[in-house]
Design a protein around this ligand. Structure first.
Ligand code: PLP
Length: 383
């Protein structure tokens, strides 16, 4: 198998697994229990929190462990909306967010919040000027993702943060697809809230983090015990937290070397694929992207058929669009970039990872070329 869907999920790093095992076996204490066995688990959770905080450049109390990236996004959006609703009910986000943000924004609209969805240019990036124009006296928050999960395009968060700060508006960033892939320090980014997820960076599934800058007003979404400073009730997933810390430290250690290696592999792949296949477009080309993502629009065939065709040959890629969750809609991200529906339907996303080798990418160029030729030969659009 050639696995090229690391934006969907990554394999667990062996060191993360090793670090987790004792907490799944003999060290099963509840971190909230008052006796030593519980205190040991609490100590491990707090050490993990400190390690993650050190990597991203924040204080341990600014880290809130959640059950996923999705939950971290929910806590940021709903938590701020409900904490600040007396001040205003307007929230600004972008048209290209992940459903974890977009669908939460839609839910807030149904509760009476007013949402503005910022457009992106044809290269997939939000124009900071559009943000400045959208802010109103009752705007309480901006939510703009760092790296897009379909195209890998990096959004100008530093500029967005500067505008939000000048206008006294909080900024949340979904950084699920950027943490571990690009240099990352919370103060450089400038966001007040940042969400990320374990399973996108070689950590376990079912664990996420919300960074909330100290003093950020936030209402808890899940009620129960007073865990995570009262912001996220529920007994901590100790093993997952330990595995996440291990994975985050490793990802930060290896980030630079992997970025150089994967960026070169991705760029070489794109050059070769453009030479081999007619009427193909690289989405987000020429704009800053995470080095491991390649989004291709292939005219005259739909992405779903390419994904299935590659699967038969042992290659895992995705359409990157909602089709993967059973909805037959073309990608909202590519539509927001101004691509016609037909072109958006022909998109596939390849996302490289630590185990990806040059030979894997060469095989993929060849199999993709053959697959597209075959699909075009049986489609009505032979271009
Ligand atoms: N945000 C982005 C940009 C994502 O790509 C994903 C996962 O695909 C999520 C949020 C959700 O993360 P999780 O799978 O941990 O809920």
């Amino acid at each position: 198998m050639i696995y090229l869907d690391h934006n969907a999920t990554t394999p667990l790093a062996p060191t993360a697994l090793e670090a987790m095992l004792p907490y799944l076996r003999e060290r099963y204490g509840n971190p909230s229990s008052p006796y030593r066995f519980g205190n040991e688990a609490r100590g491990a959770v707090e050490r993990a929190r400190s390690r993650i905080a050190e990597c991203i450049g924040c204080k341990p109390v600014e880290i809130i462990f959640c059950a996923s990236g999705t939950e971290a996004d929910n806590l940021a959006l709903r938590g701020v909306a409900h904490a600040l609703e007396a001040r205003g009910r307007h929230i600004v986000t972008t048209a290209i967010e992940h459903p974890a943000v977009l669908h939460t924004c839609k839910a807030l609209e149904r509760e009476g919040f007013r949402l503005t969805y910022l457009p992106v240019s044809d290269d997939g990036a939000v124009e900071p000027g559009a943000l400045a124009a959208s802010l109103c006296p009752d705007t309480i928050m901006v939510s703009a993702m760092h790296a897009n999960n379909e195209t890998g395009v990096l959004q100008p968060i530093e500029e967005i943060a500067a505008i939000a700060r000048r206008r006294g508006v909080l900024l949340h960033t979904d950084a699920v697809q950027s943490v571990g892939k690009v240099p990352f320090r919370v103060d450089d980014l400038g966001a007040d809230l940042i969400a990320f997820s374990g399973h996108k960076l070689y950590g376990p599934k079912g664990i996420g983090v919300l960074y909330a800058r100290r003093g950020t007003q936030l209402t808890s979404v899940i009620t129960g015990g007073g865990h995570e400073l009262g912001l996220r009730a529920g007994t901590e997933n100790v093993a997952a937290i330990i595995g996440l810390a291990e994975a985050v430290c490793l990802a930060f250690e290896e980030q630079e070397a992997q970025a150089v290696r994967l960026g070169a592999l991705r760029d070489r792949f794109e050059r070769r694929v453009c030479a081999a296949i007619r009427r193909i477009k690289i989405n987000g080309e020429g704009t800053p992207r995470v080095p491991s993502t390649s989004s291709l629009s292939v005219q005259g065939v739909d992405g779903e058929s390419i994904v299935l065709g590659l699967d038969v040959r042992g290659i895992c890629v995705s359409t990157g669009s909602a089709c993967s969750t059973g909805e037959d809609e073309p990608s909202h991200v590519l539509r927001a970039m101004g691509r016609p529906a037909q072109e958006a339907r022909g998109a596939i996303r390849l996302s490289l990872g630590k185990e990806t080798r040059e030979a894997d990418m060469d095989t993929t160029v060849q199999v993709l070329t053959e697959t597209v030729e075959r699909l075009r030969s049986i489609s009505s659009d032979r271009g």
